[in-house]
Design a protein around this ligand. Structure first.
Ligand code: PLP
Length: 266
């Protein structure tokens, strides 16, 4: 068709969740909701449902690299998100491809452990994530437990969060979004903290009490990615992603027998 408006494109490099709530599936659904053309490179297949992760089957480094090449050499991407990367080998491969295709708007969701305890990133790979991937990150989006594993700090109050954000920025991430959902105080307001290497900004929302939050982290980072792909700056992207995830938690589904998925209808 001629005269088509230019469409924003986003690529997710992440694990597959057969249950449809997290990972690649959450990312693609979110991209579509936000009118962004979604593409994927799968790093690992998980057998998973609302009760937890029953199996993890990583793909070969070659398979991961070739999927990314397929996109880099043809369709291109305005923003890229990384999620579950599982091993150092996959992290190093992804970092090499991000550099090769000069992708700038890279959102690194440092996925490590699923809510049920399944290991989505091998412990020995945390260093690779910090040293190979964070220098390429436009944004890194840790929750408090992930920030603790990445920095080796115990994070209690806001000052600890700020110090952890500074440490992550020192690895080369241009922006750090420290999510407040796992705040140990359980305060009724959730404060996400943005650090741009110079200043801190706070984004607050009311805490929603529900156990159906499977995929929250993936969906939030995917919404940031989609907004960046559409050309928004980081503060606009974060504000929009925050209202998207708030609505997706409010619309979360009581599916299955465990933690149901967040959900968003257009
Ligand atoms: N499975 C995959 C493939 C993921 O990428 C993630 C996301 O972080 C999860 C599971 C964890 O989801 P949650 O901890 O929200 O249940």
């Amino acid at each position: 068709m001629t005269n088509q408006p230019k469409v924003a494109r986003a690529l997710t490099i992440a694990g597959s969740d057969s249950g449809g709530g997290a990972g690649i599936q959450a990312d693609l659904k979110t991209f579509q909701e936000l009118r962004v053309f979604g593409m994927s490179a799968i790093t690992a297949v998980t057998a998973q449902n609302t009760l937890g992760v029953q199996g993890i089957y990583p793909l070969t480094v070659e398979a991961v690299g070739r999927q990314i090449d397929a996109i880099g050499e043809d369709l291109g991407a305005d923003a890229v998100k990384t999620g579950m990367l599982f091993s150092s080998e996959i992290i190093v491969c992804v970092a090499e491809k991000l550099r090769r295709y000069r992708w700038q708007k890279v959102v690194v969701d440092p996925v490590m452990i699923a809510k049920g305890g399944a290991v989505l990133l091998l412990e020995e790979s945390i260093r690779a994530l910090k040293e190979s991937l964070l220098p390429l990150a436009w944004v890194v989006t840790p929750n408090i437990p992930e920030a603790e594993l990445l920095t080796g700090m115990k994070i209690l109050g806001m000052e600890d969060r700020k110090e952890a954000a500074r440490k992550l920025a020192a690895y080369g991430a241009k922006h750090v979004v420290m999510k407040g959902g796992h705040d140990p105080s359980g305060a009724s307001v959730v404060v996400d903290l943005l650090f741009d290497g110079r200043d801190f900004y706070e984004f607050s929302s009311e805490r929603r009490e529900t156990r159906h939050t499977h995929g929250t982290g993936c969906t939030f980072a995917a919404a940031i990615t989609a907004e960046l792909a559409r050309g928004r700056d980081i503060r606009e992207a974060l504000a929009a992603a925050k209202s998207f995830i708030q609505a997706a938690i409010e619309d979360s589904l009581e599916l299955g027998h465990g933690h149901g998925p967040t959900n968003h209808w257009a």
